[in-house]
Every structure is written in structure tokens, then in C-alpha cells.
Design a protein around this ligand. Structure first.
Ligand code: COA
Ligand code: AMP
Length: 626
């Protein structure tokens, strides 16, 4: 623990010295002289005078160093029955050519490109090609509905959209073209062109607007790296906030590369040539950081998996991939492990595979329950490391740093703060909580490199959302405490963000859809516990007087509407009619109290409640077993 403690102490006492040292792990076009610019508080910018290209760090420099023959990417796709791999030279060649395609379409430094693709190598190529040109990509998860894609198109105003003709979910083909057409119909902004990867499972009918990926690539001239300011945006990733409007988290180039290089080695213990697998989706931050950028910046091999933990074809799929490709460390969400455990509780399918190369299992994205932790530890026989972070931070706030050593896993805790994160748990009046006492988990500014410098074209919202509650501190939106030894415990969100199977969604977005139903007078969508997905949303609705419907019909209609407007991934399946929603005397819905009840906490009835009987009735509805 001493080595870690000293490392963390140095990073907080002298962040500039710490990160200047870490910055040596990346290749700069102009070396940083100044490390941190704090001239415009509360904004902070890392490496303000440096120049860099992230794609060059991920690809070119490894080829130039003689490692071109090393495998960069393994694509394993049980849903299409295919496996393939690309060396660093091959991935560089494809990326340079696709950068040429984008350049031919007028994409330049500072432009935006929206990428909506399934888990195929071309998705990684498209992201890296944007980085190569200094254009910011914004990847939109394929499980979102057209409306959500439209909102992102309007906010990012991309010059080009890159998509595929379809995605493949276990057992069904999901055509992307109708969704893209609908999104472009709904959006006010019109991108100039769309590049579509045709997949044989469901080719799309291309229009004049569209370019066929293969044809465009065949005709393309490779484009070289464009050196950009370290502070230029590498990407925008939209994430759910508490309102219906997603937040465009901005990631810079320089700080991001430095932080990811540091984390890959020190948190995840992965070096050049190691095979690493983050079983997530490129639509989420885990996919950005740990499927694409961190492993490639490190010179490791990244596994891109197009499948599920179960059903493609069975609960042994993860073990097969680990054994077949010699995976040294797996990163996934606890939900995936719960799904495997449910189908194969004795891990009988694991015995068929040689997992001797696996050194660690990393879990993040949602709370890790002790049952899942113990099961995974028992069946795998390797350290199971919980790590806590969010889209905004881009890399772990807390973890057990496997590459530093000397820090033990403490079940129930996602570890200790990583360098640069000055974590403080604050009470409502802004005082620091004593060890063991729950409060708001905050991070004292400046945040370390790699974290969000702001929200896309919205400094005001950035400050209002994250920096206003406790001046000088970043509000994570999670509650929790720190124990006597410095281990952090995260109890859950203190706002209306819900975590469904490790996917972050906003109950506000779903409420907008539910409230629009003609029979609904008012509603609330809250997160309730779920054995498999951790949390699932549940809608509570009050009917308009005289509404002519049945609970079954209402549920059917609302479920279909949320699926159609937010996306299948929202997994809203339960709609409950209640006589009233608990409110304060001033008429505000008591969301926090409802969250607590749904979570099983026995918090006292808030003093501001208008009618305690409504709250008690709700408790009986949400927790009939009590
Ligand atoms: N494109 C289109 N639809 C998608 C999609 C995509 N990229 N991803 C998910 N969906 C759909 C699914 O098909 C499903 O539709 P259905 O309601 O018709 O079955 C719905 O969205 C919910 O998907 P999912 O959350 O994946 O649930 P599931 O029931 O299909 O599978 C698990 C359950 C546990 C196997 C799955 O949730 C899982 O793999 N979880 C791990 C999550 C993870 O890795 N998160 C990353 C954060 S680190
Ligand atoms: P996302 O931005 O999608 O990565 O979601 C971030 C949120 O997921 C956090 O604010 C937490 O609420 C939750 N989360 C992520 N990792 C963990 C973890 N290891 N333990 C508990 N909650 C987590």
C-alpha cells in the first residue's frame, strides 16, 4: 500500500510534475512545456501548448518502431460466425485510407463525424480515421432509437455520418438504415453525406446521399496524421443527465492519451503485445477508452467482440474467447457475469477451456454486488477488480491498481483513488464527512488529464451540472463514503440517472415519453433493483380522470412507445398505475424518496411531504414483501 500511497500523494501535491513524467509515454508533435493551464478557473486545460495526434499514438508510432506485424485487433463475432484479425500495419493502412475517404468528403480538423455502427473493425477504423484528421467523432450506441440519434445529430452537427446496413443482436438482425433515415428526417441538421458499410445479413438500399464503404475505400488515397492542439477535442460522447437532453462530454487529445497510457499499464497491468479484452460496446465510454484508444496507444492487442455473454451460443462464450485468443485481462460489466452465473451456476462450461493465461477480471459500469464478486473470484481464481468511473472522467476514479501492486482488493469497494483524483466525500453543507459517513462523492479541482474539460459548446451547463453544488469540486453524482484505510464505497447515484445492465440512461428521457401518453396525467420513472441487470426502470403513472384504458393496455402502449423513442436498451417493461405520486407541499415530486424506497432503504418520511399516506401507499406498491 505504501507505494500506492506515495504515488497518489505526489500526484495531488504536485500534479504538474506527476503528469509531466507520465506524458513521456506518448509521442508528441510538439512537446508540452506548460503542463496545466488554470488561468480561467473553474476550467483547466492539460498540456495547453503541446501538439499531438492520437491516431499516430495508437498506430503509426508502433509501426515506425518495427511492430507492424503485431496483432492490433482481433474481431470475434459469434453472431456472424466469423473471426479475423488485423496487424498494426493493416489497421494503419485501413485507417489512413478511411481518413482519405473522409477528407474527400470535406472532413477537416475541427469538424464532427457521427459514427453509429455495430461491433465491427470498421467502427474502430472510423474512429481512428477521425482522430487522424483532427475531426471529433461522436459515436452513438446502436441500441438507441432514431429520436436519440437525431438529438445527437442536431447537437454535434456532423459533416458526415458513418453507419452500417445492420447490427446483429442475438437471434435477430437490426436494420440500421430505417433508423438512420428516420433520425435524419427528425433532425434539423443535415449532414452532407453518409458512408454505409454494407453487411450481407441485411444490405441497405443506398441513396444519392450515401456512399458504399467498400467502394469508397477502393478509390481512396491514404491521408496522413494532422497534428492538433493537445486541447483540441478528440471526441464528443453523449451521456445521460437528469434532463431529457443528453450531455456532450468532450474529450481532449493530449490529456486523454497520457491518462490512458498511464491507466493501461498501472491500473490494468497491460503492456505492449498483451491481449486485452474489454467486452463492452464502442457506443459507451468503456468502449472508447478500453476497446479502442488505451490498448492501441499501449501497443497491445484489443479484442472486439460482437456477441453477448450468453446466448451466442451459450454461457461459455466469454471463456472460449479468453482461451482462444490468450486474453490476459478481461474488462466487463457485473451484469455480464450475473448473466453467465444465472445460466451456468457451477461454471461447468468453463472447464472446457484453458484460462491459464488470464490474470485479472475488471468489472465496472455499475455496482458490483458481493454475490457476483465471490462467484467470479471462486470460478476464475484470479483477482476480480472493481473500478469506479464515468463517461465524464474517461478512466477510473478508483480502482485497485494491478500494475502498481501492493493494494489488496476489498470486497464491496471499487478500490482507492487513482492519481490526480483528490476525492472528498462532502455533507450537504460542504463539510468533509468522517470515515464511514455517507455523503456526496466529489473530486477537488483540478481533475486529472483525460477527464472532461467541458460539455460540447456549453461551458455554462458544464459548470451548472458539475461545479456549482460544491465550488472548487466536481460533483460525481454518486453517493458513498471512504473507510479508515482510504477505500472508497459507492452507494449509487443521487440523481435521476439509472444504470440498466451497465448502460447509463436518464429516467427524465423516459418520463417525457410516458407523460406524452394521452391517458397519463402525471408520471415518474424510477430505477428499481433487478437481479440480472442491476437496475431497471419502472414507470409509475397517475391516470387522467375518465381515462378509458386497462392497466394491461396502458403498459403495452407505454412499453412500445419507450422502446420506439428511446430504444430497446432502456428495458422499460413495467408500468404501474398509482392513485397519486408523493409530492412536497410546493408540488415537487419526491423523486429521492421514491428512489430510496425502491432501493430498499428505510429513510424517514421527508418533512416536506404533502401527504404521508401517498408515500406509504407507494412503499406498499414498490415493496409488497415488506
Ligand atoms: N443494437 C440494437 N439493439 C440492441 C443493442 C444494439 N447495439 N444492444 C442492445 N440492444 C437491444 C437488445 O437486443 C435487447 O432487445 P430486446 O428487448 O428485444 O431483447 C435490448 O436492447 C436490451 O439489451 P441488453 O441490455 O443487452 O439486454 P439483453 O436482455 O439482450 O441481454 C445481458 C442481457 C446481460 C446479456 C446484456 O445486458 C449484457 O451483455 N450486459 C453487459 C452490458 C455491458 O457490457 N455493458 C457495458 C458497460 S461497461
Ligand atoms: P457511465 O457514465 O455510463 O460510465 O456511468 C457512470 C455511472 O455508473 C457512475 O456514476 C456510477 O453511478 C455507475 N458506476 C460505474 N462504475 C461503477 C462501480 N464500479 N461501482 C458502482 N457504480 C458504478
Amino acid at each position: 500500500m505504501d507505494v500506492y500511497r506515495e504515488l497518489h500523494r505526489r500526484s495531488i501535491a504536485d500534479p504538474e510534475a506527476f503528469w509531466a513524467e507520465a506524458a513521456k509515454a506518448v509521442t508528441w508533435d510538439r512537446d508540452p512545456v506548460r503542463v496545466l493551464d488554470s488561468d480561467r478557473p473553474p476550467f483547466h486545460r492539460w498540456f495547453p501548448d503541446a501538439r499531438i495526434n492520437t491516431c499516430r499514438n495508437a498506430l503509426d508510432r508502433h509501426v515506425e518502431a518495427g511492430h507492424g506485424a503485431r496483432t492490433a485487433l482481433i474481431h470475434d463475432s459469434p453472431v456472424t460466425g466469423s473471426k479475423s484479425s488485423l496487424t498494426y500495419t493493416e489497421l494503419l493502412d485501413l485507417t489512413a485510407r478511411f481518413a482519405g475517404v473522409l477528407r474527400g468528403l470535406g472532413v477537416d480538423r475541427g469538424d464532427r463525424v457521427i459514427i453509429s455502427m455495430p461491433m465491427v473493425p470498421q467502427a474502430v477504423v472510423a474512429m481512428l480515421a477521425c482522430a487522424r484528421l483532427g475531426a471529433a467523432h461522436s459515436v452513438v450506441f446502436g441500441g438507441f432509437a432514431a429520436k436519440e440519434l437525431a438529438v445527437r445529430i442536431d447537437d454535434a452537427r456532423p459533416k458526415v455520418v458513418v453507419s452500417a446496413s445492420c447490427g446483429i443482436e442475438a437471434g435477430r438482425v437490426v436494420p440500421y438504415q430505417p433508423m438512420l433515415d428516420e433520425a435524419l428526417r427528425l433532425a434539423r441538421h443535415t449532414p452532407e453525406r453518409c458512408v454505409i458499410l454494407q453487411r450481407p445479413q441485411a444490405p441497405a438500399d443506398l441513396t444519392d446521399r450515401d456512399l458504399d464503404w467498400d467502394e469508397a475505400m477502393a478509390a481512396a488515397e491514404p491521408a496522413d496524421c494532422v497534428a492538433v492542439a493537445a486541447t483540441d477535442p478528440l471526441y464528443i460522447l453523449y451521456t445521460s443527465g437528469t434532463t431529457g437532453r443528453p450531455k456532450g462530454v468532450v474529450r481532449d487529445n493530449g490529456g486523454h492519451a497520457v491518462a490512458l497510457a498511464w491507466s493501461m499499464r498501472h491500473v490494468y497491468g497491460i503492456g505492449p503485445g498483451d491481449v486485452w479484452w474489454a467486452a463492452s460496446d464502442i457506443g459507451w465510454v468503456v468502449g472508447h477508452s478500453y476497446i479502442v484508444y488505451a490498448p492501441l496507444i499501449t501497443g497491445a492487442t484489443t479484442v472486439v467482440y460482437e456477441g453477448k455473454p450468453v446466448g451466442t451460443p451459450d454461457a461459455g462464450a466469454f471463456w472460449r474467447v479468453i482461451a482462444e485468443h490468450g486474453v490476459k485481462a478481461l474488462f466487463t460489466a457485473p451484469t455480464a457475469i450475473r448473466a453467465i452465473k444465472k445460466q451456468d451456476p457451477d461454471a461447468a462450461l468453463l472447464a472446457r477451456h484453458d484460462l491459464s493465461g488470464l490474470r485479472s477480471l475488471f468489472l465496472a459500469g455499475e455496482r458490483l454486488d458481493t454475490g457476483t464478486y465471490s462467484w467470479a473470484t471462486h470460478v476464475l481464481g484470479v483477482p476480480v477488480v472493481d473500478n469506479w468511473w464515468q463517461t465524464e472522467t474517461g478512466w477510473p476514479i478508483t480502482a485497485v491498481p494491478r500494475g502498481v501492486g501492493g493494494v489488496d482488493v476489498r470486497p464491496g469497494s471499487p478500490g482507492v483513488p487513482m492519481p490526480g483524483y483528490d476525492l472528498r466525500v462532502l455533507d450537504p453543507s460542504g463539510h468533509e464527512c468522517a470515515p464511514g459517513q455517507d455523503g456526496a462523492v466529489t473530486l477537488r479541482l483540478p481533475l486529472p488529464p483525460g477527464t472532461l474539460p467541458t460539455l460540447w459548446e456549453d461551458d455554462e451547463r458544464y459548470v451548472a451540472s458539475y461545479l456549482s453544488a460544491y465550488p472548487g469540486h466536481y460533483l460525481t453524482g454518486d453517493g458513498g463514503h471512504v473507510d479508515e484505510d482510504g477505500y472508497v464505497f459507492v452507494t449509487g447515484r443521487t440523481d435521476d440517472v439509472v444504470n440498466v445492465a451497465g448502460h447509463r440512461l436518464s429516467t427524465g428521457v423516459m418520463e417525457e415519453v410516458v407523460a406524452a401518453h394521452p391517458d397519463v396525467a402525471e408520471c415518474a420513472v424510477i430505477a428499481v433493483r433487478d437481479e440480472l441487470k442491476g437496475q431497471v426502470p419502472r414507470a409509475l403513472v397517475v391516470l387522467k380522470s375518465g381515462a378509458d384504458t386497462t392497466p394491461e393496455r396502458l403498459e403495452r402502449e407505454i412499453v412500445a412507445e419507450v422502446r420506439g423513442q428511446v430504444g430497446a436498451v432502456a428495458s422499460l417493461k413495467q408500468v404501474t398505475v398509482v392513485p397519486a405520486l408523493p409530492k412536497t407541499r410546493s408540488g415537487k415530486i419526491l423523486r429521492a424518496a421514491m428512489r430510496d424506497i425502491a432501493d430498499g432503504h428505510d429513510t424517514p418520511t421527508p418533512a416536506t411531504v404533502e401527504d404521508p399516506a401517498v408515500l406509504h401507499a407507494l412503499r406498499r406498491t414498490l415493496r409488497p414483501e415488506d
